[in-house]
Write a protein that binds this ligand. Sequence first.
Ligand code: 3HC
Length: 704
Amino acid sequence: MSELVKYSTRDGVAIITVDNPPVNALSTGVPAGILAALKTAEADATVQAVVLAAAGKTFIAGADINDFLNVVAGKAELPVLHPLLHALEDSRKPVVAAIHGMALGGGMEVAMACHYRVAVPDAQVGQPECKLGLIPGAGGTQRLPRLIGPLKAAELCAMGDPIPAPEAVQLGAVDQIIQGNLVDGAVAFAKSIANRPAHKTRELTAKLAGNHSAGFAALREQVRKAKRNLNAPQVAIDAVELSTTLSFAKGIEKEAELFKQCLRATEAQALIHAFFGDRTVAKIPDVPKDTQAFPVRNIAIIGAGTMGGGIAMAFANVGIPVRIKDTQEALDRCLANARRNYENSVKRGRYTKEVMEQRMSLITPQTSYDGFDHVDMIIEAAYESMPLKRQIYSELDKIARVDCVLATNTSTLDINEIAVATGRPQMVIGLHFFSPANAMRLVEIVRGSATSKEVIATAMAVAKALKKVGVLVRNGFGFVGNRMMFPYMYEAQFVVEEGATPEEVDRALAHFGMAMGIFSVDDLGGLDVAARIREEQHQFDKPGLRKPLASDKLVALGRLGQKAGKGWYLYDENRKQTPDLEVVALIRKTAAEAHIPQRTFTEAEIIERTLYGLINEGARILEDGTALRAVDIDVIYLNGYGFPAYRGGPMFYADTVGLKKIYDKICEFREQHGARWEPAPLLKRLAEQGKTFASFDAEKAAHA
Ligand code: 3HC
């Protein structure tokens, strides 16, 4: 038959098996292969019914997303699945989709064109296209409402989350759960229905009846809040609603039109970039996939502060036992926090009390190094002090097994200097978790100059085991994320000293899509923390460099941020933030004393002044190799800094604006504001050559 689609028969039932690893995407050759196999089954008089199954870990996980990128790049025509779907639906012999793993997107659309769907209990089905900025494009918005009703279908298409097979049975999207061997069960099911008239999903109408307009209006509102600033989820609702007013044929036509509009929009390109980005960061050119990682079955943490406690919870959440060492007082506080956090999740119905107790039981508090000689990894999350860390590492050197990975959670200190405090710098690596570490998805994995490839592979595997995204970066102040954040944060402070208010800046950033404005972020992190870093790193010692002035005054007034109830904003006991006129007055007075001319700012100007500084630093980071690729920077900003996914991350965003435009603006800023706006050489080069950061990544990959 075909390499990608296998055909066999058993007991009068044809079995068509899609075999396109790793996820059985509907790549070129797969739809044609299924179609050819279906024709064979139809032509075989001994075949009464057909089972459509898939090999490997999952049923069909959707259209091949790479095909969409080729369409946008003008390299290919949009693949159209309708001929296959119609052939399945019009088959004279009943077709049963046998689902294991995931039936997603185009995979679910194929399954819905079959006459029946059976699934194993832990299978999941869904239409996740909106997570890629798309809508279902092969009949999903028209067949799903015919199976489960328009409102539920619109909700699934707009939210994009898959549902478990048992729920799909209740809703009517799946006909039967198969216990035991799926294909055996599907064949038995196919035989049992072989003589029944098979219904075509597209001809079902019962669930479309009634007036759903109020339901659609309410859903649109709910989705507007849940999917802030996103277009595709709203379009998905529009498309599903059309199933209630148009014929199936017209609905499909309209769906195709809307799909194409979504595909061409920046939202889809950005979200597809983010999807592949999450997977690209796992690929490290000099650490091949088969590099032997050390097993990590248990760990120990030094330091039970906010970070240490969050890290302990992250490991306990995935069933890995943790020892955590600190003073008794710190441990008591840490465990109480963990319990409160878990209890809140139980209250919200995220898991049961038993699960909570099980997780708590995996965390062993201790004031000594007992058992540290048995663990596979030790994570140091102590106070940010080099002498303290060096002392801890020299102690660990005597205790830890030779194959124990020694990780530091430092966010500001030099990994190499920490590593040389041990006799085994090759075993030392940075694991920069983000607060709260039990919830935040990002881990910057910092390689020191001596870190071994096996230790890097171990750290990447640990991030994956924790269900986080690990991004490998090189050692250097602030690594990638924080190094880029400083110019962004200080430029925002300069903008307020020139006449804007913190609220105006944060509002512009919120409208841009940032999860939090930079002044809110500073309040969360602590103004004193930023002040300490400013001083320790001598960030403004260079003569002629403009210094932010107001933040030091706020620190002197004890306005340290959220923890003090006041910083750039005021906070009530529930940490609700309100603007503070006193802060604005203080900024104005400071500006007047420093003779800083005052003006008003548009939102567009605020975005350029703040984010272009961040992008400029990103270009430097790319050129000096601190980040492997532009996409790695994007993944860091999407997962650790609240950058909106529909803009693809700062470097992708820069490409969409145009590097020439950004470079020109930065040159203009240099004229107005001085040397801090010196354009990064890489940005200048790419802009002058009419290239993008993405092209830089592609060229680098080609030479790897
Ligand atoms: N197209 C192309 N490649 C895909 C793909 C797809 N639909 N889905 C996954 N892949 C690739 C990944 O990029 C990865 O490649 P790599 O090994 O080179 O990095 C590989 O398959 C394995 O994927 P994961 O690492 O994600 O594997 P997991 O086991 O962790 O997850 C999954 C499996 C849940 C299926 C996850 O891959 C996923 O969510 N895939 C996307 C599903 C999706 O969005 N489907 C809809 C597509 S759009 C569509 O169908 C339009 C239609 O309406 C016309």
